[in-house]
Write a protein that binds this ligand. Structure first.
Ligand SMILES: [Zn+2]
Length: 302
């Protein structure tokens, strides 16, 4: 009989509805999406408390957004030997000065808006990079763990989800956000709706037994859950087409997006500036991918 290797998953920054998950085996552990810069020191302290003398083997990044990765320098300072894995596209983003400046700016804004103290002058931005590029289908063997890479483009070009030991999934943000079926589905397809539909299908086909979603935590990926996500995603596209057709200016469209999506997603933790950037991206994406549906909706409006 094959001995089942059980892993334990900790939602490290749950109190800020963050993105950081620690997957712990019997002898070692791996970390996913260290999270917000202002929370980096807290994340390191919590991980150390859980691990004791166990080693931290690696860090995996689901994509290159500041709220998922900006705490990486603190992790590197605590575990100087550690290697960070990310999609190849994400590896390139970390090499771009402008992108890094934006991450720093957004990290500062997030700290201010959520009233967290952050010593940004001490921030070691040069430690924010990935060492190992990942490709779809890669299976990374690390001690007790096999981490399978599932490309999930849609939120960003660099989004990937991870399936650990064919059992536990840490999903990217592409498929959208939902945990408790109460707040409603929150969309996150910034660069492509069509690829997001495909990514959601691939996530489902990976057949995880447990699914951990950024900003939400553990969900049970049963039939009800997948139906909910698929319906939520499709309904969002229809809603955005309605907004595009009924609001003549971008400003009005964004205000309407805030009304429909931001208020239920925000929990005070999502800076308005970041939401508005995302809203603009989703409006643009739907307009570009569904020109015919949009002109039909506009002609009905008249
Ligand atoms: Zn993101």
């Amino acid at each position: 009989m094959i001995k089942e290797k059980k892993v334990k998953v900790y939602y490290i920054d749950e109190d800020i509805k963050g993105t950081c998950f620690l997957v712990q085996g019997e002898q070692e552990a791996i970390l996913f999406d260290p999270g917000m810069a202002y929370y980096g020191e807290t994340v390191v302290q919590r991980v150390k408390e859980i691990l004791g003398t166990q080693p931290l083997r690696a860090v995996f990044l689901t994509h290159s957004h500041y709220d998922h990765v900006a705490a990486l320098p603190y992790v590197r300072q605590a575990w100087p030997e550690i290697k960070a894995y990310a999609a190849e596209y994400a590896c390139h983003i970390f090499e771009k000065t402008k992108a890094k400046q934006m991450m720093f700016h957004m990290s500062k804004t997030a700290a201010e808006e959520s009233h967290h103290e952050w010593k940004s002058d001490d921030y070691k931005g040069e430690l924010l990079y990935a060492d190992k590029p990942l490709e779809d289908g890669d299976r990374i063997a690390l001690g007790e763990f096999v981490v399978e890479v599932i490309e999930t483009i849609g939120h960003t070009q660099c989004s990937v989800s991870f399936l650990i030991n064919d059992e536990v999934m840490i999903s990217s943000e592409t498929i959208g956000l939902e945990g408790d079926f109460e707040g409603g589905y929150v969309p996150a397809f910034l660069i492509s709706y069509k690829k997001t539909v495909d990514s959601l299908r691939r996530t489902r086909e990976a057949d995880p037994k447990q699914l951990y979603m950024p900003h939400r935590g553990l969900v049970i990926p049963d039939e009800r859950y997948w139906k909910y996500m698929e319906k939520g995603l499709a309904a969002t596209k229809d809603e955005i087409i309605r907004i595009l057709a009924s609001c003549p200016t971008t400003e009005e469209q964004i205000l309407e997006m805030e009304e429909v999506f931001w208020k239920k997603a925000a929990d005070g933790a999502w800076p308005r500036e970041a939401f508005d950037m995302n809203a603009k991206a989703m409006l643009r994406t739907v307009a570009a991918e569904f020109p015919e549906e949009l002109s039909k909706a506009k002609s009905i409006q008249k």
